[in-house]
Design a protein around this ligand. Sequence first.
Ligand SMILES: Nc1ncnc2c1ncn2[C@@H]1O[C@H](COP(=O)(O)OP(=O)(O)OP(=O)(O)O)[C@@H](O)[C@H]1O
Length: 236
Amino acid sequence: MLKIEGVHTFYGNIEALKGIDMEVNEGEIVTLIGANGAGKTTLLMTCCGSPQATKGRILFEGNDISRMPTHEICQLGIQQSPEGRRIFPRMSVYENLQMGACTQDPKHFDSDLEMVFDLFPRLKERISQRAGTMSGGEQQMLAIGRALMGRPRLLLLDEPSLGLAPLVVKQIFETIEKINRENKVTVFLVEQNAFHALKLAHRGYVMVNGNITMSGGGAELLANPEVRAAYLEGGH
Ligand SMILES: Nc1ncnc2c1ncn2[C@@H]1O[C@H](COP(=O)(O)OP(=O)(O)OP(=O)(O)O)[C@@H](O)[C@H]1O
């Protein structure tokens, strides 16, 4: 579904991605783990066209999206829930979800809203609340819900567990699994919480300093001593 071939991305003269090859197959949850500054967010952003890859190409369902503007990439069926959530804090929950649907045919709006409320009943309870006044976990649910309103076939999630309490992290990961299994959305997940993220994943990749250094099944990477030593605190 998503094929990343020899992708290099620069910020000025900083080479953040140094020739990335990887792929996400339809129906999978694929996790990318790596330390701070490894380039994980840059890879997700590059898949969405901002910044654009300087070398290499990215194919989505056979279309070369590497030089495409972000809104066209969204229309093809890729949506992102960004790092730090980036919800619109002064808007209500409902208005945030409306924003997520803005590229879509309005005829889908009501049923898509129900789908999001089924996944995150808390958002329905908070429908009129200003998004910026909600808890971190609720804001994360909203960021994922907003992305789903854009009807993705491929959902890119950047650190959905960031700053959340363990119980909330568990709920968010269970919902991600449900979105993949029941709503049939393919998921590409970037995480520092390697334990949860690899447990959930069909396959995973490890990124170090702008390069992919390891790949394998989620369970295989979880069991790998190098991965455990580097990314799983206390051999969790
Ligand atoms: N807008 C930018 N301008 C210049 N350099 C940047 C910019 N964004 C990221 N970088 C640099 O690119 C490299 C990769 O950063 P990136 O945010 O992709 O890493 P990451 O793996 O997502 O890290 P984290 O887990 O901390 O979010 C880092 O060296 C970072 O300092």
